[in-house]
Structure formats: C-alpha cells, structure tokens
Write a protein that binds this ligand. Structure first.
Ligand SMILES: C[S@@+](CC[C@H](N)C(=O)[O-])C[C@H]1O[C@@H](n2cnc3c(N)ncnc32)[C@H](O)[C@@H]1O
Length: 212
C-alpha cells in the first residue's frame, strides 16, 4: 500500500516536472516567432527613422563601439552607423535583424548583428563606448550595462513609463515607474534625462556616463 502511494506521488511529480520543462522550452520559440511574424511585412513596424532623443543628443556620445540591445529592425543602430559609430545589434528575431541589414544597405553603411535571447545572455565587461536600448524592458539586463561599458562610456535608454498606461492598454510590468530609470542607473553620471508626455504617448529617456 505504502509503495503504491509512493509510486503515485512519483508519477505526479514526474508529470509536473515534464510539463514545466516542456512549457519553459516552448516559451522562447513563442517570443521569437511572435516577433518574427510582427516583422514579416515589408514596411518597418517602428519606422526607418531614429528616435528624436538620439538625434538631438548624438553629439554628446563618444565615438566608438555601440551595442544596440534588442535592435529590432535597426532604426537607431543604423542611424548611429551613418554617424560613424561601429554598431553591433542583438535581437531574438532574425527577421528584424535581416531588415536592419537591409536598412543599413539602403543607408550605405554596414552593421554587425547577432541573434540572441537576452534573457539568458551576459554582456561582455568593459567593451562598449555606447549601449543603446530602446523600448526593450529587462531590468536585470539594465543592471549589467554599467559593467559592460568602457570607462567614460555612455548609455542611451528610452522606454515607456507608467503615464503611458493612461493612453493605451499596456502591461504594467513593461512600464517604468516615475524616476525609476534614475534609480536603476544611479552609478552613472546623468547627462540628459526627460519624461515625455504628449497626451498620447509617455516615455522616459536617459543618457548617462560611466565614470572614467
Ligand atoms: C518594441 S521592439 C524595439 C526594437 C528597437 N529597439 C526599436 O526601438 O525599434 C522590442 C524588441 O525586443 C526584441 N526581443 C524581445 N524579447 C527578446 C529577447 N528575449 N531577447 C532578445 N530580443 C528580444 C524583439 O524581437 C523586438 O525587436
């Protein structure tokens, strides 16, 4: 009797762990597939033009190696390549990165790209002059930015904040709290910071520098 209860218990545990590991294996391809199909149309989902905050402040950035985190279709990384930066873009979507290369070609520049899952990726320490990250929220990765920068290197980060929830249905976990970015990057010297809100969109943007 005892033995059969034990084996029932073991069987339940086995099914539980099998289900968990299968669902965790399936989670990533889902993200990848979702973004690949969003990027399938020829038109650029986020446009071909860089974000205004980057264009307005590009003169502040130190020339050199840029890491574009979650590059997508490359609107920002390609712009930096046209300004003389050496750009490496990372993203889970090979379709997005293919479009980034096409955009680079159209702008007569070259970029490097790598397909990676940022949720299980470690940034190389002291390697980049600029880390760019727009509209990709992964707080544990943000914490690696400081060590991945060379001394004097800078981050450029922009993403939706909590005010955006007034205008669209958007998951709270993907929106920054008020002033949260200042807290996340408190080890860096803030060069520019803004909270933008035009009654339709609301986001926070920062440029900050690692001490020399
Ligand atoms: C809202 S888009 C932003 C793209 C780009 N930064 C921009 O502003 O145009 C979010 C990007 O994150 C990428 N992404 C989502 N999950 C990812 C993951 N786990 N690893 C790498 N990239 C991921 C998507 O493929 C997509 O390109």
């Amino acid at each position: 009797m005892k033995i059969s209860q034990q084996s029932k218990y073991l069987a339940v545990l086995t099914v539980f762990f099998f289900t968990c590991s299968v669902s965790s294996l399936l989670a990533k391809p889902k993200d990848k597939d979702r973004w690949n199909s969003k990027y399938e149309p020829e038109v650029y989902l986020f446009g071909e033009k860089p974000i205004p905050f980057l264009v307005d402040n590009v003169h502040l950035l130190r020339k050199g190696k840029v890491l574009d985190i979650a590059m997508g279709e490359g609107r920002n990384g390609v712009y930096l390549a046209t300004q003389g930066f050496e750009v490496l873009g990372l993203d889970i979507s090979e379709k997005g990165l293919e479009k980034a290369h096409n955009l680079a070609k159209k702008n007569k520049v070259t970029i490097k790209t790598k397909v990676v899952d940022l949720e299980s990726f470690t940034l190389e320490p002291s390697s980049y002059d600029v880390i760019l990250c727009t509209y990709y929220m992964q707080k544990d990765l943000f914490k690696q930015f400081q060590s991945a920068l060379k001394p004097g290197g800078m981050i450029v980060v922009e993403t939706y904040n909590v005010d955006y929830l007034k205008y669209v249905q958007f998951s709270r976990k993907w929106a920054l709290d008020t002033n949260e970015m200042l807290d996340i990057f408190k080890g860096l010297r803030v060069i520019r910071y803004q909270d933008y809100d035009d009654g339709k969109e609301a986001y926070s943007s920062i440029i900050a520098q690692k001490p020399e």
